[in-house]
Design a protein around this ligand. Structure first.
Ligand code: PLP
Length: 398
């Protein structure tokens, strides 16, 4: 008897409204096509025969697209299983240069980094750089920290270009100048920024940069570490074969990388619409404000996190005091709308987000945070559907 496993997989109805791109963007049809084509060449990209060379060609085409996105040479791109792995690879206290080792005595990370950076990788314990209440890294506080360093040894600092929860854009170039002047190196997490703002490594002053495929419309399970100087390399995390310039052993996931490459290629074109997207976001936020006002005094006022700060056009993170985000999420889900809350469930308790806490937000506001994040397939009707469902949710609470 043959059992079809496909039948048992849950399939989402077509009429759902997906507004959770910062968690994972839907797969672009072009990326899917590139993956299906690559799957036809199911050979090892390190093999010398024709099939192997075909797989290698797929890999190198994708590498070219990712290098192009960040304005670096193809031999600066190291493929990994995702940005978390790329971060762990980059967070190495020992780097290698043809002239010898570079040993970092310390890792500094901003308080709003993604957990894959906050964890510190192979460093013992990162030192946290605070952010202002606007959610922007406190450059003055960090300058003070650096001026009190009692050593001239090199160090590593990490700063994200755009925050996954709030969309707040960090002053990376300014940070890079400060870090370099003090003899340090800067790792930039450009996972949420890619395809939404330029991620040119030279303009950012990034020494190392990480990217993730599934945030830009590629498949899950592919990412990359990009090296600003191809001669300055971290200690490998996975040792073995000589793949990826001996920096990441293991047979490359050719199909996933093909999809990643195609998504990266399409990303560049989307930047032209940035200004238009900011207008659309602001209009959406104005409508949201009106809805919350109309709902009256039974709930607290609306906070849109980072509203006065430079932010990604695709992200709106907001809270209405007194509202439980988890309950709201369930209600919206029942209405066919997928969004995220700003809190994380750990050990059975819903914890307010570390990002909002670092911005000095009170726990009850942080617990009420809801994130709406849009992308390549979001329409005006999707935003409208969210606003209507939100208005109806608020009405039901009164
Ligand atoms: N960095 C940021 C800012 C993210 O939002 C994420 C994913 O949510 C990651 C890193 C990790 O990416 P990946 O899922 O590819 O490991």
């Amino acid at each position: 008897m043959t059992v079809s496993t496909m039948e048992t997989l849950p399939k989402m109805p077509d009429n759902r409204t997906y507004l959770d791109y910062n968690a994972s963007a839907p797969l672009l049809p072009e990326a899917k096509d590139a993956m299906v084509q690559a799957l036809e060449t199911s050979a090892n990209a390190s093999s010398v025969h024709g099939e192997g060379r075909a797989a290698r060609a797929v890999l190198e085409r994708a590498r070219g697209a990712i290098a192009g996105l960040a304005g670096v040479g193809v031999d600066h791109v190291i493929f990994t299983s995702g940005a978390s792995e790329a971060a762990q690879l980059a967070l190495s206290p020992i780097y290698h240069h043809p002239d010898g080792e570079i040993v970092f005595d310390k890792l500094y990370v901003s308080a709003v980094e993604h957990p894959c950076i906050l964890s510190g990788g192979r460093f013992e314990q990162p030192e946290i750089i605070p952010v202002t209440k606007e959610g922007v890294v406190d450059i003055a506080a960090f300058a003070e920290t650096l001026s009190n360093r009692s050593t001239e040894k090199p160090f590593l600092a990490a700063l994200m270009l755009a925050n996954n929860e709030t969309g707040i854009i960090q002053p990376v170039a300014e940070m890079a100048a400060l870090v370099h002047a003090a003899g340090g190196f800067l790792l930039v997490d450009a996972v949420q920024a890619a395809g939404r703002v330029p991620v040119d490594m030279a303009s950012l002053g990034a020494d190392f940069l990480i990217l993730s495929s599934h945030k830009i419309g590629g498949p899950q399970g592919a990412g990359a570490l990009l090296l600003g100087d191809k001669n300055i390399k971290p200690t490998p995390l996975i040792a073995g074969g000589s793949q990826e310039h001996r920096l990441r052993a293991g047979t490359e996931n050719v199909a996933a990388i093909a999809g990643f490459g195609e998504a990266a290629r399409l990303c560049t074109g989307r930047l032209d619409h940035m200004q238009e997207m900011i207008y659309v976001r602001d209009k959406f936020e104005n409508q949201l404000t009106e809805i919350c006002k109309l709902a009256g005094n039974s709930h607290g006022s609306l906070t849109i996190f980072g509203q006065q700060t430079r932010r990604l056009a695709n992200t709106t993170c907001f809270a209405v005091k007194g509202i439980n985000a988890e309950t709201a999420l369930i209600s919206l889900d029942l209405d066919g709308i997928s969004v995220s809350s700003g809190s994380a469930c750990s050990s059975g308790r819903v914890e307010p987000s570390h990002v909002l806490k670092a911005m000095g937000q009170e726990s009850d506001i942080a617990r009420a945070a809801i994130r709406v994040s849009c992308g390549w397939n979001t329409t005006a009707a999707d935003r409208q559907k969210f606003l209507e469902a939100w208005a109806s949710y608020l009405r039901r609470l009164t």
